[in-house]
Unconditional design. Structure first.
Length: 169
């Protein structure tokens, strides 16, 4: 999904629909270093010792009885009123990955998306988000921009090139 580049050019503001269903975190995208170390200690460097996308599927099938990753507890307990239990103090919620929006987009099978070269992208995994004013249906997440030499977009039939001031998430 396209995100609007902020004035400083270092981050992008990405508007996301808020979901409460199953969600996942890329262990290498955990931005809170203390939580990252706790999660690696429990789940291993690749996350395989905890419930994950390969063992516990979004529909609840698979082996969903495993250990819950510490990062998931921190994200679930995100609280603007108590920084001591929050993953990122001051954020309303934290960006993760879920499959809820897949039905709204033409999603490619793994390896079959649009391959882009030398593309700027917004990395939203575990980034801070704020609810839109007066609504908890959508949030805007502030995501750092990085350049990827090669990036596979998950949507079919989209262009790697976006209008000036926008990046893919």
């Amino acid at each position: 999904m396209p995100c609007k580049v902020s004035e400083d050019g270092k981050t992008a503001n990405c508007r996301c629909k808020v979901f409460t269903g199953p969600n996942y975190v890329n262990i290498d995208g955990i931005m809170n270093l203390g939580v990252y170390y706790k999660t690696v200690a429990v789940c291993g460097k690749d996350g395989s010792k905890c419930k994950n996308l390969f063992t516990c599927l979004p529909d609840g099938s698979g082996d969903c009885k495993g250990v819950e990753a510490p990062v998931c507890k921190y994200i679930a307990n995100q609280n603007t009123q108590d920084d001591s239990i929050s993953f990122i103090p001051g954020a309303d919620l934290i960006s993760t990955y879920g499959f809820d929006m897949n039905k709204d987009y033409d999603i490619a099978k793994p390896g079959e998306g649009v391959k882009c070269q030398n593309i700027d992208v917004a990395g939203c995994m575990t980034q801070p988000c704020k609810y839109e004013k007066g609504s908890k249906e959508y949030a805007t997440c502030s995501c750092p921009i990085t350049n990827m030499k090669t990036m596979m977009l998950s949507q079919k039939g989209v262009s790697c090139d976006l209008p000036k001031g926008y990046v893919w998430e």
